[in-house]
Ligand binder design. Structure first.
Ligand code: MG
Length: 165
């Protein structure tokens, strides 16, 4: 069993879609970024990469690479899952926190959780998602940014390695 943690923060800007965990949330602003700005997927991917000892998302998908301009972060997930699989890892459990003053994420919590379960091929009861505000403090509290934290547990399949554990 391997454990990793991840964190990401993106600025909220007008004229962008708000994507969190692979779903679109209706709001007047969205997360800025070289890719689609999905900070929740980025945090989960960093946690998965950390658990596998495979660096971070920037090592795999540079924010200077024009190929990844406005890229769908679900494709990053697909690529990283394929690399994890090659190394004999599968995602066993995900836990996450989304910190946003606005919009209110409560109505979308279940949809985000189900989406993460689908993207990472994990049963929904092994995916956690907490939506919190920042109690009005700092940039997140002023609604200028959204931050996400994630923890991921990977299991190494014994078949791939030929060992029992
Ligand atoms: Mg990011």
């Amino acid at each position: 069993m391997r454990i990793g943690i991840g964190y990401d923060i993106h600025a909220l800007k007008k004229g962008r879609k708000l994507l969190l965990g692979g779903i679109e949330i209706p709001y007047s602003k969205g997360l800025e970024g070289h890719s689609d700005g999905d900070a929740l997927l980025h945090a989960v991917l960093d946690a998965a990469l950390g658990a596998a000892g495979m660096g971070d998302i920037g090592d795999h998908f540079s924010d200077r690479d024009p190929r990844f301009k406005n890229a769908d972060s679900r494709l990053f997930a697909k690529e990283i899952l394929a690399q994890l699989k090659k190394k004999g890892f599968r995602v066993d459990q995900i836990d996450t926190i989304v910190i946003a003053q606005e919009p209110k994420l409560y109505p979308f919590k279940e949809k985000m959780r189900q989406s993460l379960a689908k993207i990472f091929a994990v049963p929904p009861d092994r995916v956690g998602l907490k939506a919190k505000t920042h109690e009005g403090f700092g940039a997140i509290g002023r609604g200028e940014a959204i931050a996400c934290q994630a923890a991921v547990v990977l299991q190494k399949s014994s078949k791939k390695t030929g060992k029992k554990k």
